[in-house]
Design a protein around this ligand. Structure first.
Ligand code: ATP
Ligand code: MG
Length: 293
């Protein structure tokens, strides 16, 4: 089925020889909650190499989105450093494309206009921006839909447009926070394959946040497992599965072994869940609702 010649230690040695693209040094993020301060990311140290596919997992509230927002440049951080190509992140930049779970397309723009937005903002002419947009719309296979509006597309299609809209700017990093979280399992699987194909064929480093451990193992070179309260790196797992990967890889003993390991890592933290979840209220019996009689 897969390439039997795959040698994982050689594969990772090659990755580690590539330049470091993103580096977090003692990255710390604290938030004020009333009078108290809460450390969400605590002295995170991480090096991500060029063209790596990194998945970030961890229990709800451990700081995955906080980390993505800091890397995206959407939020300032409290202390430490976060560098891309050795330069500190000071705000959003087209070099870091973003695809988040909520569909973030402009609803009043067509598919083509959404994808053209970045190139136009960069000062490209209408014709050049349109040509670039078309190229990416073709790559994601939505050329027949270029004049449709987001509300006329399925969830999977919207996320493909969001990916094209990010990639048209030729970013160094594609940041994805639960991008397939709202999709049905079949569409999600198709999107995972589509993303792996894209990644294999373009010069891009992907940081992909997910709750789904199977998704993380299927996609990642390395999985960064965070623990909660405060968010710290618990373990970085090298996924020693051959590439290209087909979903059938999930049936192999190697995949199952990784799955068990990742499962234990994440579930060991269940007692340290987001306090807001740990303190979920007990729902009183709603006797006034007729079907509860
Ligand atoms: N702007 C903010 N102000 C105050 N607290 C915040 C802010 N953003 C996030 N937090 C807190 O930081 C913690 C981590 O939130 P974050 O959204 O990063 O978690 P997550 O790992 O992405 O969770 P989930 O898996 O549910 O998406 C939460 O307790 C949250 O309440
Ligand atoms: Mg999140």
């Amino acid at each position: 089925m897969e390439n039997l010649e795959f040698n994982s230690s050689e594969y990772f040695q090659k990755i580690y020889k590539r330049p470091v693209l993103l580096e977090a040094k003692n990255l710390t993020q604290t938030f004020k909650h009333g009078k108290t301060e809460r450390t969400v990311l605590n002295a995170l140290n991480l090096k991500i190499h060029k063209r790596e596919f990194i998945c970030v997992i961890g229990p709800s509230g451990c700081g995955k989105s906080t980390f993505s927002r800091v890397v995206a440049g959407l939020d300032a951080y409290s202390s430490g450093e976060i560098l891309v190509d050795g330069k500190a992140i000071t705000g959003p930049s087209p070099e870091r494309g973003m695809v988040f779970q909520g569909y973030t397309l402009f609803p009043w723009k067509t598919v083509k206009e959404n994808v053209m937005f970045g190139p136009l903002m960069k000062g490209q002419s209408q014709a050049t921006a349109e040509a670039h947009a078309r190229e990416w719309i073709n790559i994601i296979g939505l050329d027949k839909y270029e004049n449709q509006y987001p509300h006329e597309l399925s969830g999977g299609m919207k996320q493909r447009v969001a990916i094209a809209r990010a990639l048209v700017n030729e970013p160094k990093i594609l940041l994805m926070d639960e991008p397939f979280g709202a999709l049905d399992p079949h569409t999600r699987q198709k999107m995972q394959r589509h993303l792996m194909d894209l990644w294999q064929n373009i010069d891009i480093t992907i940081i992909f946040v997910t709750h789904d451990m199977d998704e993380a193992i299927l996609l990642a070179d390395r999985i960064v497992a965070l623990k909660a309260n405060p968010g710290e790196i618990k373990e970085i797992i090298e996924v020693n599965l051959p590439r290209p990967r087909h979903p059938d890889v999930m049936l192999t003993p190697e995949f199952k072994k990784l799955r068990q390991h990742v499962d234990q890592l994440v579930h060991a933290d269940e007692d340290e869940l987001d306090p807001a979840l740990a303190e979920l209220p007990v729902i009183p019996r709603m006797t006034q609702v007729s079907h509860c009689k």
